[in-house]
Design a protein. Structure first.
Length: 139
């Protein structure tokens, strides 16, 4: 079980606000509306070893507006700089405005530095996406 506060992004339009007195989740907001066809990424580095197999992922989240949501989740792996390989991609839009979770089964073998990649979409700059725990089941 990992905490959403470990999410990172290099996207300058995103603001990732970590835990505070009001909440322990990662709150994501954007200074711009996401253009059609564009995906804004956030990453969660995973502390896994080569040879581990990821079986299941569960994301605990809540959106302030269903139009601003997580639109893609996948695992990305890197061994050499500037090159990543995606696997286990899922395009289920996570749109709930009440606290909930989304689980899915995967079968991803770790062969390098592994991260969970979430693409977020913002329909309004006043919206937020909150991510609590992220559960990675692996062996």
């Amino acid at each position: 079980m990992l905490n959403g506060s470990q999410l990172v992004s290099g996207e300058p339009t995103l603001k990732l606000q970590g835990p505070c007195n009001a909440h322990l989740s990662m709150q994501i907001s954007s200074s711009t509306v996401t253009p059609p066809g564009y995906f804004t990424p956030v990453f969660l580095p995973l502390p896994l070893c080569i040879g581990n197999i990821i079986n299941n992922v569960t994301i605990y989240y809540q959106n302030s507006n269903s139009r601003s949501c997580i639109i893609v989740s996948e695992f990305v792996e890197q061994t050499i700089p500037d090159t990543t390989i995606g696997s286990g991609g899922d395009t289920t839009h996570l749109t709930s405005t009440t606290p909930t979770s989304y689980s899915r089964q995967v079968n991803v073998v770790v062969n390098g530095n592994m991260s969970l990649l979430l693409f977020v979409n913002f329909a309004n700059t006043a919206d937020t996406i909150r991510i609590g725990a992220i559960e990675i089941d692996y062996n």
